[in-house]
Design a protein around this ligand. Sequence first.
Ligand SMILES: *[C@@H]1O[C@H](CO)[C@@H](O)[C@H](O)[C@H]1NC(C)=O
Ligand SMILES: *[C@@H]1O[C@H](CO)[C@@H](O)[C@H](O)[C@H]1NC(C)=O
Ligand SMILES: *[C@@H]1O[C@H](CO)[C@@H](O)[C@H](O)[C@H]1NC(C)=O
Ligand SMILES: *[C@@H]1O[C@H](CO)[C@@H](O)[C@H](O)[C@H]1NC(C)=O
Ligand SMILES: *[C@@H]1O[C@H](CO)[C@@H](O)[C@H](O)[C@H]1NC(C)=O
Ligand SMILES: *[C@@H]1O[C@H](CO)[C@@H](O)[C@H](O)[C@H]1NC(C)=O
Ligand SMILES: *[C@@H]1O[C@H](CO)[C@@H](O)[C@H](O)[C@H]1NC(C)=O
Length: 473
Amino acid sequence: MASFALFLFTLLVLSSSFSSANGQKNNRTVFSLASRIGINYGRLGNNLPSPYQSINLIKSIKAGHVKLYDADPETLKLLSQTNLYVTIMVPNNQIISIGADQAAADNWVNTNVIPHYPQTQIRFVLVGNEILSYSSDQTWSNLVPAMRKIVTSLRAKGIHNIKVGTPLAMDILRSSFPPSSGAFREEIVSPVMLPLLKFLNGTNSFFFLDVYPYFPWAADPVNNKLDFALFESNSTYTDSQTGLVYTNLLDQMLDSVIFAMTKLGYPDIRLAISETGWPNAGDIEQIGANVLNAATYNRNLIKKMTANPPLGTPARRGSPIPTFLFSLFNENQKPGSGTERHWGILNPNGTQIYEIDFSGTRPVNNFSTLPKPSNNVPFKGDVWCVAVDGASEEELGQALNSACGRSNATCAALAPGRECYAPVSVAWHASYAFSSYWAQFRNQSSQCYFNGLARETTTNPGNEVCKFPSVTL
Ligand SMILES: *[C@@H]1O[C@H](CO)[C@@H](O)[C@H](O)[C@H]1NC(C)=O
Ligand SMILES: *[C@@H]1O[C@H](CO)[C@@H](O)[C@H](O)[C@H]1NC(C)=O
Ligand SMILES: *[C@@H]1O[C@H](CO)[C@@H](O)[C@H](O)[C@H]1NC(C)=O
Ligand SMILES: *[C@@H]1O[C@H](CO)[C@@H](O)[C@H](O)[C@H]1NC(C)=O
Ligand SMILES: *[C@@H]1O[C@H](CO)[C@@H](O)[C@H](O)[C@H]1NC(C)=O
Ligand SMILES: *[C@@H]1O[C@H](CO)[C@@H](O)[C@H](O)[C@H]1NC(C)=O
Ligand SMILES: *[C@@H]1O[C@H](CO)[C@@H](O)[C@H](O)[C@H]1NC(C)=O
């Protein structure tokens, strides 16, 4: 009898939905569909507002949930003063120790959850970030054990309304198109996906997905249409296997994961979107990264995800999909291509890059007009990589040395007496070295970035004597 009652209690608590999870504190949020939209609060920038100011900004845009990439105690303490629902994360490098040792899991929960809960409305603990996108090591095999141990620790403390998940990227699929062909990569099925699906199903948790229509569209803008990626298409795609009709790329991507889960015997696990968005700027060669597309994608996304009753996807009509937009700020210290530093809806000074309404009630065509972009088609021409203005000579000198160090050919023209030696300045030499290095190694995936010291330009920086190597697109 006792165990039956406990079972029933657990079931009731676990089955409370995302948007209504523990709405007692604020009854309004139970019924507010706006509370379904969350925001990712990434902090990889050296010019971002304080956590206090950032949380005020999160409130001002009327997000309902916030997802942190860690469990920063200062931020969690400040969040106790808000009605925001909170998601925290276990870093990748702690998965092995937590997976191997219940005491390590207890310790993590004692340190990162107990001091803040329930005043801070923590609702999800996500273990690791996209770990299946990195090469296999013990982290993979410890993922689900770590998730189980975190649940055990939470339950032991009497906490039943925090769910545990792990965000995965679309590269977990070996096939995603047509959606009905969705299937997980062979090598992750037995070691990770089957135990993970069993865990998520058994705890009534969500399958968290980082899903970006921007990437498949940008990789093949000829076969994928921009308006289909931006939820603006009037044409549809019919999956001939299922007869399901698609009106946008996001639904296709989400359903490919649903079909992959179904093939492994788990047709009912709920999806949540841990990250999605569209870059508002990027490198010259990065098609479609602009403010108008970003605004269009995110506004339409919010409208779709806040629709009442919920729209779901063609494979799951009517299912709500909890969604976290990526990201709050443009983060200037994210490495990689230019888009990486431009996913924000806010500038670091807190101003909006474009207007957005998280409640989804404002009609998409009722925002002020944004400039028409010129980069929705691929750029054709020469591009150079030069030093940014305002960098210190010391930093530039170090970057110059490292750019010249990989191959003797890169900076040969900078030697005394050679054609690019003059003018003798660090900025000039660094600009030449960056252009030369990038032209030489771009095909080995080097970026025009150099820790933020370089930027792309279509203005030829050379002169009659010294010709800068360029990348021709
Ligand atoms: C919560 O709000 C709903 C809808 O407005 C209302 O029907 C209900 O009585 C409220 N419950 C409490 C406990 O205030
Ligand atoms: C998934 O969970 C549901 C609900 O608890 C259960 O009925 C079903 O058998 C589970 N599926 C698998 C494959 O374990
Ligand atoms: C879709 O149809 C609407 C209404 O007919 C029209 O205004 C809009 O321009 C069309 N969009 C595209 C991308 O063709
Ligand atoms: C905030 O930053 C943006 C982007 O750098 C800039 O365009 C804008 O003028 C700034 N606004 C204020 C009020 O500082
Ligand atoms: C559309 O925008 C105008 C001007 O900002 C505003 O007055 C009006 O209320 C908006 N309409 C809706 C339905 O949001
Ligand atoms: C660069 O030149 C130096 C001196 O001529 C030579 O020792 C070295 O092997 C060269 N390195 C490469 C990568 O070619
Ligand atoms: C990369 O480009 C450089 C310069 O154009 C060329 O010399 C090199 O062979 C290319 N390497 C690969 C792996 O394509």
